[in-house]
Design a protein around this ligand. Structure first.
Ligand code: AMP
Length: 423
């Protein structure tokens, strides 16, 4: 038997309803904030991600699904959306059409990670990017939107962590401070951290090794050394979050190690999903557009992992999928009348009702079982004694009541179903 690839998952019909609920909430929230949807291809030139995410990151270093096409070009299945959105923004000159572009997406992503709970190789993210303004109100808006979505799903065990990375100039000065602080301690760092010391010293704070964290305990913190403008923007962000009733913690260790990340960064953590506990991550990237060849434009955004969010919903028992119903099930009492069943179904489906009937030649009893399984609101019986007098029986499955309808008066049948009269 051929099985799905490790780290990928089927979303079966029984799960699809809950995915749809999540997607509808996401779309509604983004629409309320006036974000417009953008869809980009599933694969891009590898170079885009190498430049747009950064060579030093785990994603680019070891997690990309890359392949060479027959023309010898290196392609990569998208591991995240920001680089792809920025590529599209530049390519289509979206900045010329609109000075501020507020964009959102829902899309599968691909990363060659070791699969575990909350970590897949194909997973889904929704997220937003606002390109064209350096206002901290937009950083706050990102957090407002994701917080609204998550709490709207009934999630309670959430914590919002924020930090500011400042601008590259203040960060460079801070890096010197950090290097000085660690100079006599480097040999005691783990091997990974020693490497990061040389390549990307900020990412030392990401280390999960306890002894590294012990050494870093008294290290100077970037947040205490950011420039004045970043500090003021951070104050605004905090004030707006407070105004919005969003509880948050400043986490000075929340760093992104790339130079084009600037100022605000944030994460939302769930206390209910185990070790892979980040539901979402985001922040400002004022220098990325220029880095990818566009006219400089400040920008901010976030991405949230949908599988993890649904796992949190499951663990907090916060979501009940809606009962799936169909409007009408047609029970064929007399097989000779298949034609009538087909045309009745066609008529009602064209009227936008969900309708089904039996394709397997089953008995009336079995068809009724099927109608119950599908939670049909109404059953129409075609055939039997009533049919001989040109009548069709319409049965309301919740009340059990039934009426006779003229078999040629489909409009009457439609009206009866549509108005949901309890028969
Ligand atoms: P990132 O793009 O790495 O900042 O990730 C944003 C969010 O996507 C994370 O907070 C997770 O919720 C989700 N995510 C990232 N990688 C994976 C993965 N391999 N499997 C499932 N969800 C993921």
């Amino acid at each position: 038997m051929i099985k799905a690839i490790t780290g990928t998952k089927d979303i079966l019909p029984s799960e699809a309803a809950i995915w749809k609920m999540l997607e509808e909430r996401v779309i509604k929230t983004f629409t309320n904030y006036n974000y417009k949807e953008i869809r980009t291809p599933v694969f891009e030139k590898t170079e885009l991600f190498a430049r747009g995410i950064g060579e030093d990151t785990d994603i680019v270093g070891k997690e990309m699904y890359s392949f060479t096409d027959t023309a010898g070009n290196s392609m990569t299945l998208k591991p995240e959306m920001t680089a792809a959105v920025v590529r599209a923004y530049i390519e289509h000159s979206l900045g010329k059409q609109q000075s501020l572009n507020k964009l959102f997406y829902i899309s599968p992503m691909f990363r060659k990670e070791t699969p575990q709970a909350g970590r897949q190789r194909q997973f889904h993210q929704f997220g937003a990017e606002a390109i064209g303004s350096s206002s901290p109100l937009l950083d706050a808006e990102m957090i407002q939107m994701v917080y609204e979505i998550l709490t709207g799903l009934g999630l309670k065990h959430l914590s919002v962590k924020i930090n500011s990375l400042g601008i590259p100039e203040s960060r460079e000065k801070y890096k010197t401070l950090l290097r000085n602080f660690l100079s006599g301690k480097k040999s005691r760092l783990s091997e990974d951290s020693r490497k990061r010391f040389d390549t990307n010293i900020l990412r030392l704070f990401d280390s999960k090794v306890e002894s590294d964290q012990e050494i870093l305990k008294d290290a100077p913190l970037l947040i205490d050394h950011i420039d004045e403008e970043s500090r003021q923007d951070f104050e605004t962000l905090k004030n707006v979050l407070t105004l919005s009733g969003i509880p948050f913690q400043v986490d000075p260790k929340l760093v992104r190690g790339l130079d084009y990340y600037t100022k605000a960064t944030f994460e939302v953590i769930s206390g209910k999903v185990g070790s892979q506990n980040a539901l979402c991550g985001g922040g400002r990237y004022d220098l990325l557009i220029e880095q990818l060849g566009g006219t400089p434009a400040p920008a901010t955004g976030f991405a949230a992992g949908m599988e993890r969010i649904l796992l949190a919903c499951e663990n907090e028992k916060s979501l009940t999928p809606p009962d799936e119903k169909i409007d009408v099930y047609i029970v064929l009492v007399d097989r000779q009348l298949t034609r009538e069943a087909v045309s009745t179904a066609l008529f009602l489906r064209k009227k936008n009702l969900s309708v089904d009937f039996d394709y397997l030649g089953r008995s009336v009893k079995a068809q009724m079982r099927e109608a119950n399984k599908y939670n049909a609101r109404f059953v129409i019986f075609i055939g039997g004694d009533e049919y001989k007098t040109n009548k069709i029986v319409l049965k309301d499955m919740s009340s059990g009541g039934q009426v006779l309808i003229d078999k040629d008066d489909m409009e009457q049948m439609f009206r009866a179903v549509k108005t949901e009269i309890s028969l």
